[in-house]
Ligand binder design. Structure first.
Ligand SMILES: N[C@@H](CCC(=O)N[C@@H](CS)C(=O)NCC(=O)O)C(=O)O
Length: 258
């Protein structure tokens, strides 16, 4: 039996960052997919920090909430190895921080473009791992949940514009790094800098290896938010990194639910 349980949303890019890291180190873990609204109790109860965010990693010593704190816990346990090399630790963590900082902007952009336009698709994404009762609650409460998301993420036309600008600055930075032809952002092998950058941009790049972002229905539902980024070298880098390091998912596959 696995000693680690990763609590996620299937579509969360911060969750993908930790899922990828655990896969890369060959960790024996089980993933528990939660659904919006129904994540609040487990996140508060496990995290014990008054926060409702996922991912949360339950470990034999207690639960760790927040993707960066999870990485630091894995490092402390000696599990990260070359993914966080001590000689380049500060540089790697600085890149991790830079991409974490645009995670909420990526979500803002996607929801701003799809609320009211692709609601059926969003409901599908939010209920894919829900029980029948949870599904009914999410469907029935969708207008209210959407309103709460708008408020929490500050989703307005000007908020989305500012999010777009902040993402563009980080994408420009990434492309400036890639100009010398490098594959990896720090050093000559995969680190959590690359995993974080690629995971946080994956909702915009849509790698086929991802169970949600690789789906044609996702690309269709989010088309307006994705259009400005298509063809950017940064997105190609994300796709190449997934291709090289993330394996292939059988079409329509989802990892085991809770
Ligand atoms: N700093 C956190 C951010 C995580 C985050 O924002 N997660 C989103 C999903 S992508 C979330 O759980 N949102 C629901 C909520 O805040 O209740 C981390 O790195 O784990």
């Amino acid at each position: 039996m696995s000693t680690l349980t990763l609590y996620t949303f299937a579509m969360s890019h911060y969750s993908e960052k930790i899922r990828w890291t655990l896969d890369a180190i060959g960790a024996d873990y089980r993933e528990a997919f939660l659904s919006p609204v129904f994540h609040i109790g487990p996140a508060l109860g496990l995290g014990r920090r008054g926060r409702t965010t996922l991912p949360v990693l339950r470990t034999p010593e207690g639960a760790v909430q927040d993707s960066t704190r999870i990485l630091l816990w894995l490092e402390h346990e000696g599990l990260l190895g070359p993914l966080l090399p001590s000689a380049q630790r500060e540089r790697v963590l600085a890149v991790e921080d830079r991409f974490d900082a645009i995670g909420k902007d990526v979500a803002r952009l996607l929801y701003a473009a799809s609320f009211g336009v692709a609601d059926d698709h969003i409901v599908k994404l939010w209920t894919d791992h829900a029980t029948p009762l949870q599904s009914r609650v999410i469907r029935g409460g969708y207008p209210l949940i959407r309103w709460a998301f708008r408020r929490k993420l500050g989703i307005t036309a000007s908020g989305a514009r500012r999010a777009q600008q902040r993402i563009a600055r980080v994408v420009d930075w990434l492309e400036a790094q890639l100009k010398d032809g490098r594959t990896y952002l720090v050093g000559d092998h995969l680190t959590v800098a690359d995993i974080t950058a690629a995971s946080l941009l994956a909702p915009l790049a849509c790698p086929p290896q991802h169970a949600v972002y690789g789906e044609p229905a996702y690309r269709q539902g989010m088309a307006a938010a994705l259009a400005p980024w298509a063809g950017r070298p940064a997105m190609k880098w994300v796709l190449d990194l997934y291709e090289a390091h993330r394996g292939t998912l059988p079409a329509g596959a989802v990892r085991q639910a809770a």
